[in-house]
Design a protein around this ligand. Sequence first.
Ligand SMILES: O=C[C@H](O)COP(=O)(O)O
Length: 258
Amino acid sequence: MPRKLVVGNWKMNGSLAVNADLVSAVAAGLPCAGELPGQVDVAIAPPIVYVAQLRQLIDKKNSSLALAVQDVSAAASGAFTGDVAASMVAEFGVRYAIVGHSERRKYQGESDSLVAQKAVAAQQAGLTPIVCVGETLEERDAGRALAVVAAQVHAVLMQSELDVSRLVIAYEPVWAIGTGRTASPEQAQEIHAAIRHQLKQLSEAAANTAILYGGSMNAANAKQLLAQADIDGGLIGGAALKAQDFLAIVQAAQLCGE
Ligand SMILES: O=C[C@H](O)COP(=O)(O)O
């Protein structure tokens, strides 16, 4: 079984002062770099402007905490005002790039095909993409959740340059994000199992692809969700902004990984 992965997505929250406190508190609850690793990899995705600050904080604390970003450009360089290339964030020791978050699909109009290109661009810079997929409430109510998610995953898997062994998928039902209304463990497991099946059709290596759940995961519900056979970790929004809550989720992942 793969190690568990817990990623805190800070979204557009933070400040120099708030970040310093939060990283210190999170790092205090995690192993130091080089120590015997636990069963869980833990990463934080701050707003891009704070990546350098977090790099310094993490290094200073010699922490095992990894860095992620919330998005990368599909392009390698050039005239793309406001965008950031994957190779640029890689220079800061960033390990993961979230791509295709539903908030970007909604507010920036990102298509399945653009998200797939971003996943490839991230890999080409040495990052592991965390590809977000998930259905809206209307799609679920119409009985289309499995089909919508399958199409989103398919768009990524059909990229010939994609290395499926260096991929993370995050299932985030849109109706569960920031709403306090989480998918039940059974609802989440059903979709995760379908994603796993889809990945395995492409490659047996997919048995080791981490599939994260995201959507109102918190200290109280994490254990039940993470105990599901195909839920390999969490992509955490609101609960990642409080060290105690975030560490409780990491601890739940630790228990489920043993
Ligand atoms: O990226 C994180 C997800 O959108 C989940 O956010 P949430 O935990 O606030 O629901």
